[in-house]
Design a protein around this ligand. Sequence first.
Ligand SMILES: [Zn+2]
Length: 263
Amino acid sequence: MTMNLIDIGANLTHDSFDDDRDEVIRRAREAGVDRMILTGSSVADSEDAAALAESMPGKFYATAGVHPHHASEYSDAVHASLRELAARDSVVAVGECGLDYFRNFSPQDQQRDAFRRQIVLAIETRLPLFLHQRDAHEDFLDILAPAMQDVTRAVAHCFTGGADELAAYLDLGLYIGITGWVCDERRGEALKNVVGNIPLDRLMIETDAPYLLPRTLDPKPDTRRNEPMYLREVLRVIAGEMKISEEALAEATTENAERFFSI
Ligand SMILES: [Zn+2]
């Protein structure tokens, strides 16, 4: 069946795609994943993502931001570079940004500071926010909630939480991005149980490739690398949990992504 899907989180600039990026893009297109939002996680990476997006206008778009892992690199110069990136037509969101207290690759106070500054940038540029949060729910809400009245739109990318976290995010008006985490029978159980609580007009789908290869793929690929064509598997599993057709879910999530990113 022909699909028209948008992968809202593909790290296609990742070096694991350096040898066969064109093939990966071709396979994605054959699977109906025609458009992608390429995730930027540092200034250099966001520049690469924007450049790659500009090679496929109307198909690929990019985010520009600094991941919490890189928050210790945040500076006035970084902020200025992000502002320049945000002005490019190919850049459709600020992020990924947020808090990650699971790994704490950057000190938490620096994570909070980089997060606050990127929220300000999103408000100034009227771009939506592409958000990352892990093990930092309370601080994340404390920082984001007061700003939400001024933020155009925001998505909790790679949402992996349970019912309470989901309810809090929906109350804030966030969109929810679901990855192949939902296909993980070990870690994805809590998420699976609440996916049906996400209103159809707030849900978007993503692979987070090359990470999070769906564990339900059959046959299993002989590599651990995820790629955007497997968005079909994420769609299939979510549709099963929501008890709706894959076509209906595809249509809703594509419409949401078009509206969210203004593409
Ligand atoms: Zn992330």
